[in-house]
Write a protein that binds this ligand. Structure first.
Ligand SMILES: C[S@@+](CC[C@H](N)C(=O)[O-])C[C@H]1O[C@@H](n2cnc3c(N)ncnc32)[C@H](O)[C@@H]1O
Length: 265
């Protein structure tokens, strides 16, 4: 993992060199459309306040729970105690990015969505609320955290979420075989190169023309940058957008040439 200073340097370089967030100079109608209609959509959707209210409650919840800690990896699993408020503070995608995922689901209307790393379920709730007709399959290895997420989904009446418990190494592939076709995936757990590439390779046969995959924390560490660089260069990845804290890839045959963008967000 990069230290704070390295990360800040990287962020400044990104901010200076990225395409301006209004889409000027982006010569791709698809990406221009994404920037204007999704990235910069400032609407406050009805679901947002309920989910953010839940986040606030979690941020003030000082209950301590035992969690299986997968750390940056999954093989060395330790039991640790953690405060719910700390998990909410450090592990969840921020409002800005979770709401971007909501808008993407709302705009592109994927029907089958996969999330690797449920944690307390805040981003899952955004994905599920963006399209009530979509089926969300969210994966989480830590039992106690998963129980919290499930209780929240029940309370919020989010019935289109299936929470799949267990180590991704054991649960992901069998679930993909059942799901069969994935329109949208958010890879947000086990942030190392080898597992990230392995999960992506497992996912690949189930993607199709127009699938979208989002990777979290692509500049968090040398390993994650290496994984992102490998993925975005694959032939099947016709368009990639680097927003620094997340990377988005589009698998679509509609692009005439491979396109890689870095966009300020
Ligand atoms: C960053 S959090 C997910 C945050 C969530 N997507 C959000 O934005 O609200 C990553 C989660 O993945 C889980 N995780 C990490 N590695 C795992 C593995 N190998 N198998 C199962 N779960 C794992 C962790 O327990 C943690 O809860």
């Amino acid at each position: 993992m990069y230290n704070k200073f390295q990360l800040a340097q990287k962020y400044i370089r990104y901010y200076i060199t990225a395409a301006n967030g209004k889409g000027h100079g982006v010569h791709s109608p698809f990406v221009f459309d994404f920037i204007t209609n999704v990235l910069n959509d400032k609407r406050n959707f009805y679901a947002f306040s309920n989910i953010e209210y839940m986040r606030e409650q979690l941020l003030h919840n000082d209950d301590v729970i035992d969690v299986q800690d997968f750390g940056a990896g999954s093989s060395v699993m330790q039991q640790k105690t953690r405060k719910i408020s700390d998990i909410a503070k450090w592990s969840l995608k921020s409002r800005k990015y979770a709401q971007l995922l909501f808008r993407m689901v709302n705009y592109y209307q994927p029907k089958t969505i996969v999330e690797l790393g449920t944690s307390l379920g805040i981003t899952t709730a955004y994905l599920a609320s963006a399209n009530g007709n979509a089926a969300i399959y969210s994966f989480e290895g830590a039992d106690t955290i998963a129980a919290h997420a499930q209780a929240y989904f029940n309370k919020a009446g989010l019935q289109n979420i299936q929470l799949i418990k267990g180590n991704f190494d054991n649960t992901f592939l069998p679930a993909l075989r059942r799901i069969n076709k994935v329109d949208f995936a958010f890879i947000d757990g086990n942030h190392r190169k080898e597992p990230t590439l392995r999960y992506f390779n497992q996912l690949l046969p189930y993607l199709h023309n127009n699938s979208i995959v989002i990777f979290d924390d692509i500049h968090w560490s040398r390993e994650m940058e290496a994984a992102w660089n490998t993925i975005k260069r694959l032939d099947c990845v016709t368009c990639s957008i680097d927003l620094f804290f997340i990377g988005i890839i589009f698998i679509s045959k509609d692009f005439k040439a491979k396109q890689a963008f870095v966009v300020r967000f």
